[in-house]
Design a binder for this molecule. Structure first.
Ligand SMILES: C[S@@+](CC[C@H](N)C(=O)[O-])C[C@H]1O[C@@H](n2cnc3c(N)ncnc32)[C@H](O)[C@@H]1O
Length: 460
């Protein structure tokens, strides 16, 4: 009997995995291993930029796996899986908070693992609680149970060691779970259920505050530093691809202005790769104080010579850098804001543009979850385009591999009534500011570069 969908996904997965293996060999990457304790280059996208082939084959493999799971898992198991997923977050948080992750990374013979009883006595914890927590982490691939009730770190959990990227990439702040719990009430019953104001979200209800999420964070120094650190890692995940995959040499303006540029990590990487540019990092007053001290330490000569400037600017006010000298970057800014505020921010930059200027919006492009197919990225993997193979199509939103985009959209929605926009939504927003999209550059990351310029056609 033909099992059309199963056969198609199986063929697609085989194709994707074969391609991944070949592309990894071409890039001279070592094999992936869950038994290994050593970080793999592909584990940290802030440091290693995979070839397009590796990136696409990995994404396609994950999309096929997700689609296969959706196809064969029973709805009841899916319910349990989803409801229980939340414990995974609490379990990895527990391993970090107790110090168990750092301890396991330091023990002699780390690959043999440590009995839970020993961990319990070392950290004055209850082993009856620790074993299920560690097993929950093992089920998600975060640790390895080496013998009954003994556990070791694996390659993946190294990201949670102090100082490493996964440890810093921490979406949750104290009370964040209560924001998530509030969503059904906010959306279905609350007085704000039809409000699109950034000050009337699940965040304000759960935190019982009238403050905008950004203002609340700034007023709470305990969360400000971890969140700034989190945003830095989140940004760094796309920086290598932004630097490599955008044709910077074609920019006709000598100065790049990074609006809401945070700690200046992106502009630093662009200047390193393209030293002919000058750059300006703009952010809120209290943020630029930190950015200035970081840049003075890391790039003293650029600051002294004026190649790099750091300045306070509120992007809700008119942009002071006007004309053909300047192009602008807005990375992870627009998704923070609802359409009304996003239009104000983009409009302020648009009004400062000269005919040669560009605005580079760097954000996710959400693909509607309709049943269209992703043939283009699959085609780019078909090295021999004459090869007539099985049907390799998968949904264009990459199935469950799009959960990072849909999850990010939910995060923005609940915190500030923002969202990840589809290309149609980007086009509408950009057009409303007197701009046009001149190109969209897909990145080897979750985001794309939406390049915009003045829509001179509108003036004709
Ligand atoms: C999500 S972070 C992105 C940071 C940086 N663009 C990056 O990609 O790493 C948003 C940034 O917008 C800044 N921001 C928020 N409101 C602002 C405002 N009214 N004017 C200027 N910057 C603002 C925040 O301080 C923060 O640095």
């Amino acid at each position: 009997m033909a099992h059309a969908e199963l056969d198609r996904l199986q063929a697609c997965l085989n194709f994707a995995l074969d391609t991944l293996r070949n592309e990894m060999n071409n890039s001279q990457l070592p094999p992936l291993s869950q038994q290994s304790l050593v970080e793999h280059p592909l584990d940290d996208s802030t440091k290693y930029l995979p070839s397009t082939g590796v990136f696409e084959a990995r994404r396609l493999s994950l999309a096929c796996l997700g689609e296969l799971k959706n196809l064969i898992q029973s709805p009841l198991d899916k319910c349990m899986d989803e409801r229980f997923a939340i414990y995974g977050v609490a379990c990895t948080d527990t391993l970090i908070k107790t110090g168990i992750i750092d301890y396991l990374s330091d023990v002699p013979n780390a690959s043999q693992g440590v009995p839970a009883a020993e961990l319990a006595s070392k950290f004055e914890l209850d082993s009856k609680k620790l074993v299920p927590i560690l097993r929950c982490c093992a089920a998600s691939g975060w640790v390895r149970e080496t013998r009954d009730s003994s556990f070791a770190l694996n390659r993946c959990s190294r990201t949670f060691i102090e100082g490493n990227a996964g440890r810093r990439l921490n979406f949750s702040m104290p009370g964040h779970m209560s924001v998530i719990e509030t969503i059904p009430h906010w959306v279905a019953e609350s007085d704000w259920k039809l409000s699109r104001s950034p000050e009337q979200t699940a965040f304000q209800i759960a935190f019982n505050t009238p403050l905008l999420a950004f203002s609340w964070i700034v007023e709470n120094p305990d969360v400000l530093v971890p969140i700034a650190d989190h945003l830095q890692v989140f940004g760094d995940m796309s920086t290598p691809s932004i630097v490599a995959d955008y044709p910077w040499q074609q920019l006709q303006t000598p100065v790049i202005v990074d609006c809401g540029g945070g700690q200046g990590g992106l502009i630093s990487s662009i200047l390193d790769a393209h030293p002919s540019f000058r750059a300006i990092v703009q952010d809120m007053e209290n943020v630029v104080a930190l950015t200035s001290s970081i840049m003075e330490e890391r790039r003293p000569r650029d600051i002294e010579s004026g190649v790099l400037k750091v300045e306070a600017h509120d992007f809700f006010q008119p942009q002071p850098r006007i004309g053909n000298e300047y192009s602008f970057i807005l990375r992870h800014i627009m998704h923070d804001w609802p359409d009304k505020e996003a239009t104000t921010i983009l409009g302020n930059v648009a009004r400062a543009l000269g005919p040669k200027s560009k605005i580079l919006i760097i954000d996710m492009v959400a693909v509607p979850n309709v049943d269209s197919t992703a043939t283009t990225s699959v085609k780019s993997l078909m090295l021999d385009s004459r090869a007539k193979g099985p049907d390799y199509r998968i949904p264009s939103h990459f199935g469950s591999a799009s959960r990072i985009v849909s999850g990010s959209s939910m995060h923005m929605l609940t915190m500030i009534n923002g969202c990840e926009r589809s290309l149609r939504e980007w086009e509408k927003l950009v057009k409303g500011c007197g701009l046009r999209i001149t190109n969209v550059y897909p990145l080897r990351a979750h985001t794309s570069i939406i390049e915009c310029a003045l829509d001179t056609r509108a003036l004709m």
